[in-house]
Design a protein around this ligand. Structure first.
Ligand code: PEP
Ligand code: MG
Length: 588
């Protein structure tokens, strides 16, 4: 049987994009193009009538959005439906409405021009933001703008949507995505948009395969073309050959079988054939994922990347705002645990300082930034402590490279506890404090560091980058980013052995934890907790339930003797073959 790689290598009728929502669909294309609205700047004579028209357009837009919000509630969970609630709030924004009304009065021109102009100002601010999240929100606002203008012009929404088609569009708003889903749309393809676009998030939660960011799909695909959307690998096949059709139909069938099998694992333990239980937890990168954690069959949140809230909010959140966020998070996940990671600011992520660093990955990142900005760090520590009353929060520090950083952090946490005690605020005095091991210096000192803290979580994404001196985001050197390098395997072994001496638990929360090929080796090395994206939990569980811990230990011992990555990979692959274990990705 051919692999996906073979098929894509030999296909000239493919379009590449970003895999935004998993799944494979074969169907007919429906090109959805939004009517371009002509906006008039003509002078008006009756100002009162114009203001009345504007208010009616607002009312009509609210009515429409309320309807969509209702559908959203029916189809999705509350967190995601809130996207539409946010749009409704814009329609109620007194500052925006006052500005528009004032300008209609003063400038005496068509309200549609003023609406477009005022809302575009909001959008521009968002587009120039460095954060992809804010850029994506600019598209949501486009939806509101067009809705009000269309209602001012008293036009109806173009709702000629056929059923059961694959929608191909330049971009999709969350409202479009939802309305299309009502027509049993099978898949989505867009020219623009990224993984964090709400349309992508909604596709994922509605389970509709999607490929976004193709740049030019709308120019290549024609109405009614037969297409295949591969939401796993981010490809579209246009007018497939018989061979391609056979291949993807077979894959679809396989996928259905696997999904059924995986669903059955939800309530089962992640336990090896010889009885060793592995703790599977979830990584949370966007707020919307919390619901998936609850339904994913995972044991809690092993990594909550708290810097995400800085991306999602416009201003730096106050202690109160943070307390609100963390408390909600902790109570939603209760009685399971959430591990909140302190803001990992810097590197390729959000930067809050103006100084342009020549080597940001080696610069003021993670704990280094936090200790330089003590009051900001204290705001977060106090908020985390204040949210810990139910005793289900752990706190974790990123990018530790020296013992001094650990001690300074622990001192700060103690200071915050003392302050809260004086303020008579309740908190969990036993809250577990852990460190991430992401830097070679911390890996080497694992034994010494372990004596100062409660747990260790290995951030392999960064650890591999720093061990191999290879930028994790640089394509030119990606061949050196070697998960199975003996350097990585021996370093993990060193960390586990060091921590074990003081009974400090070690987990992995980097992407390596979700690589089904790596899982037996990691378990064999003695790692008994893995944290990964909630959508990969069942895939990992399936592997764990098919291996023997005893054999995984032998595999780890053999791999520790390997001298190259290829040698290690071969050993691991042989383990899968000898024990007759198939990986899901290989089955579909
Ligand atoms: C890691 O480095 O492995 C990790 C989990 O942190 P991040 O990917 O957020 O840097
Ligand atoms: Mg990291």
């Amino acid at each position: 049987m051919k692999s996906f790689k073979d098929v894509y290598k030999n296909s000239t009728n493919k379009i590449a994009g970003i895999a935004a929502a998993p799944g494979i669909v074969i169907g007919r294309a429906y090109l959805f193009s939004k009517e371009k609205l002509e906006i008039s700047k003509a002078a008006i004579t009756d100002v009162d009538e114009a203001i009345q028209n504007f208010n009616e357009a607002l009312k009509q837009s609210k009515k429409e959005l309320n309807k969509i919000f209702g559908i959203a509630h029916e189809k999705m969970d509350a967190t995601r439906a809130a996207i539409f609630e946010a749009q409704l709030m814009i329609l109620d924004d007194p500052v925006l409405i006052n500005n528009i009304e004032k300008r209609i009065l003063n400038e005496k021109i068509q309200p549609e021009f003023i609406v477009a102009d005022e809302i575009s100002k909001y959008q521009e601010l968002m587009v120039i933001s460095n954060e992809s999240y804010m850029k994506e929100r600019a598209l949501d606002i486009e939806d509101i703008k067009n809705r009000i203008i269309r209602n001012l012009q008293k036009k109806r929404w173009q709702s000629r949507i056929k059923k059961n088609l694959i929608v191909v569009s330049e971009y999709l708003t969350p409202a479009d995505t939802l309305l299309f889903s009502r027509q049993e749309t099978q898949g989505f393809i867009t020219d623009h948009g990224g993984l964090t676009s709400h349309a992508a998030i909604i596709s994922r939660s509605l389970n509709i395969p999607a490929v976004v960011g193709t740049h030019n799909a709308t120019q290549i695909i024609k109405d009614d073309d037969l297409i295949i959307v591969d939401g796993f690998h981010g490809y579209i096949i246009l007018n497939p050959t018989d061979d391609q059709l056979d291949f993807f139909t077979f894959k679809q069938k396989k996928l259905l079988e696997i999904q059924k099998e995986l669903e059955e694992l939800k309530d089962q333990a992640a336990v090896t054939l010889d009885g060793k239980e592995i703790n599977l937890e979830s990584n949370v990168d966007v707020t919307g994922e919390i619901d998936m954690v609850i339904t994913s069959g995972s044991k809690g949140i092993g990594l909550y990347r708290s810097e995400q809230i800085l991306n999602e909010l416009e201003a730096f959140p106050s202690e109160e705002e943070q307390t609100n966020i963390y408390s909600k998070l902790a109570s939603r996940i209760y009685p399971k645990f959430v591990t909140i990671r302190a803001f990992d600011i810097g590197g390729d992520k959000l930067r809050l300082h103006n100084y342009k660093e020549p080597n940001p990955f080696l610069g003021l990142r993670g704990i280094r930034f936090l200790l330089e900005n003590e009051s900001l760090f204290k705001t977060q520590i106090r908020a985390v402590l204040k949210s810990s009353e139910n005793k289900n929060i752990k706190f974790m520090i990123p990018m530790i490279s020296t013992l001094d950083e650990i001690r300074q952090t622990l001192r700060l946490i103690q200071n915050c506890k003392n302050e809260l005690k004086k303020e008579k605020v309740k908190y969990d005095n036993q809250m577990k404090i852990g460190i991430m091991i992401e830097v070679p210096s911390a890996a080497i000192m694992a034994e010494e560091f372990a004596q100062e803290i409660d747990f260790i979580s290995v951030g392999t994404n960064d650890l591999i980058q720093y061990l191999m001196a290879v930028d994790r985001g640089n394509d030119l050197v990606s061949n050196l980013y070697q998960e199975f390098s003996p350097v990585v395997i021996r370093t993990l072994d060193h960390i586990v052995k060091g921590a074990k001496k003081f009974s400090v638990p070690v987990s992995i929360c980097g992407e390596m934890a979700a690589d089904t090929l790596a899982i037996p080796l990691l378990i064999g090395l003695g790692i008994n907790s893995l944290s990964m994206s909630p959508s990969t939990i069942l895939y990992a569980k399936r592997i764990i339930r098919n291996i023997e811990f005893k054999k995984a230990k032998v595999l780890a011992d053999e791999c520790l003797k390997c001298k190259t990555e290829v040698e290690t990979q071969k050993k691991v692959q042989k383990f899968f073959d000898d024990n007759n274990i198939t990986r899901t990705r290989n089955i579909i």
